[in-house]
Design a protein around this ligand. Structure first.
Ligand code: HEM
Length: 446
């Protein structure tokens, strides 16, 4: 069957409707046209949007060789170069093989103490008084940013940390604008933003290359940079060039802090709005941390917390849209797929699809309790993507989120500040809580 094309305007296509409300646009059209439909971006660019589990499996897993990363990843390339997220083909495969061992679960456990210490220090800063009102998504973003920088570059980067963070904030804003606003590319050339971007990239690179040079001259440390520097290609014995190291460092930072920061924020929001789950999670944390300590051993017993995280990523997949471009035309999943067509895979609507999930909008962590459970559908669950390009930081993120949630629940009573309004998701590069999540933290007497 031909993919249904939805009504669109000449020249601008459906750009206006999408820019107004990208989730509403998807929901309306999935209801009207089914699981897969085609729409248009300005200048005739056609795009297929899908929430069909078979199309996800086909594109990400079974026939992944016929799909490349899409044109947006070229804009990301301006900053990330040939890092894992934006790389393709042979070069991507080589890099993935080199980087993979650093992300093995056992190896990542070497970062447990760093994550735990940074979390405790951040919580201490938050709670100078016995009660504090905070915007928790902002705090979680700061914390995950510190965690990823220190696990990447080690303890000793001191002042450079804040320089790097400032530069990255601007770089990310610029890239988001390039991707989201069709005319920004032109306006940025005359309003100075493009020049500012180029200068920021030069400053940023100067810091990163200096770190790489220093580290090459020093003894290896316990951080991801050392692991990436030590990695050798099994066939050729070659390691990564400085340029490749720089691209991977920046990529891991960009891919690894916002996704985790917002996932944590949504988990806290879900717990605060579901008292029975909150109580169950607190009881588990108190039992596991009965002596006040969280360790690389006992954190594995936080099984309910893990279910809370899985269910949070079902309802709020921070990577809410994955994108690919078809290389050649094919017929698959009963659809005629044209060549060179951009596909957007809507994880958000796949995860809430009423044909795949019972009570799709309800927060029920027990779906993930491992019992053969009609509430869970593994074929319709892709929070970390799937196939060969599945998230390399999956174990990193799971360990980090578990540690932060456990320490928060152990040390504080958490409640939403009482404005009573549900928090709405705002889909930017990742799925962000619109207007933030404001909570009251009350220190527990432990
Ligand atoms: C809750 C947190 C996270 C979520 C939801 C998430 C989600 C994803 C998804 C969906 C992809 C696949 C994108 C695609 O197929 O187009 C991906 C790729 C990637 N992620 Fe994550 N991620 C998270 C945390 C992290 C962390 C902590 C790191 C690193 C420390 C990381 C590093 C990467 C990298 C490097 C890639 C590209 C892999 C490749 O193409 O080979 N992610 N992530």
């Amino acid at each position: 069957m031909k993919i249904p094309v939805i009504p669109h305007w000449p020249l601008i296509g459906n750009a206006w409707a999408i820019s107004q409300d990208i989730l509403g646009f998807q929901q309306r059209n999935f209801r009207r046209y089914g699981n897969t439909f085609m729409f248009y971006l300005p200048f005739g660019q056609r795009v297929v949007l899908t929430c069909d589990k078979d199309v996800f499996k086909h594109i990400l897993q079974q026939q992944h060789k016929n799909y490349r990363k899409d044109y947006d990843s070229n804009k990301l390339k301006l900053a990330l170069g040939n890092g894992l997220l934006t790389n393709e083909g042979e070069s991507w495969f080589r890099q993935r093989r080199l980087a993979q061992p650093a992300f093995y679960k056992k190896r990542l456990e070497g970062f447990f103490d760093t994550m735990n210490q940074l979390t405790l220090a951040h919580l201490q800063e938050l709670s100078a008084d016995s009660e504090a009102t905070v915007q928790i998504d902002r705090e979680m973003m700061q914390l995950t940013s510190k965690i990823v920088i220190e696990t990447l570059l080690g303890k000793d980067i001191g002042d450079e940390m804040s320089h790097l963070q400032q530069h990255i904030t601007f770089i990310q804003e610029h890239l988001v604008n390039l991707i989201r606003r069709p005319f920004y590319r032109f306006s940025s050339k005359w309003n100075g933003k493009e020049q500012q971007f180029q200068q920021t990239m030069r400053d940023f690179d100067a810091i990163l290359y200096a770190i790489i040079r220093q580290r090459k001259a020093a003894a290896p440390q316990n951080d991801l940079l050392s692991m990436l520097m030590d990695a050798r290609d099994a066939d050729t014995g070659e390691g990564m060039s400085d340029r490749q190291l720089r691209d991977e460092l920046l990529t891991i930072y960009v891919a690894g802090h916002e996704t985790s920061g917002y996932a944590l924020s949504w988990a806290i929001y879900n717990l605060c709005t579901h008292p029975a789950s909150y109580q169950k999670a607190v009881a588990e944390v108190q039992a596991v941390m009965s002596d006040g300590q969280l360790t690389v051993e006992n954190y594995k017993s936080l099984v309910y917390l893990k279910q809370v995280i899985d269910e949070t990523l079902r309802l709020y997949p921070t990577a809410y849209l994955l994108s690919r471009e078809s290389k050649a035309a094919e017929t698959a999943c009963g659809l005629e797929i044209p060549e060179k067509t951009l596909f957007l895979l809507s994880t958000y609507f796949l995860h809430r699809h009423p044909d795949y999930w019972q009570e799709p909008d309800a927060f029920i962590p027990e779906r993930f309790d491992g019992n053969t459970n009609v509430l869970f559908n593994s074929e319709a669950y892709y929070p970390f993507g799937g196939g060969p390009r599945m998230c390399i930081g999956f174990h990193f993120a799971t360990m980090e989120i578990t540690i932060v949630l456990a320490q928060l629940l152990y040390h504080f009573d958490i409640s939403l500040t009482a404005n009573g309004k549900p928090v709405v998701a705002e889909p930017l590069i990742t799925l962000k809580p619109k207007d933030g999540i404001h909570v009251r933290l009350t220190k527990k007497l432990t």
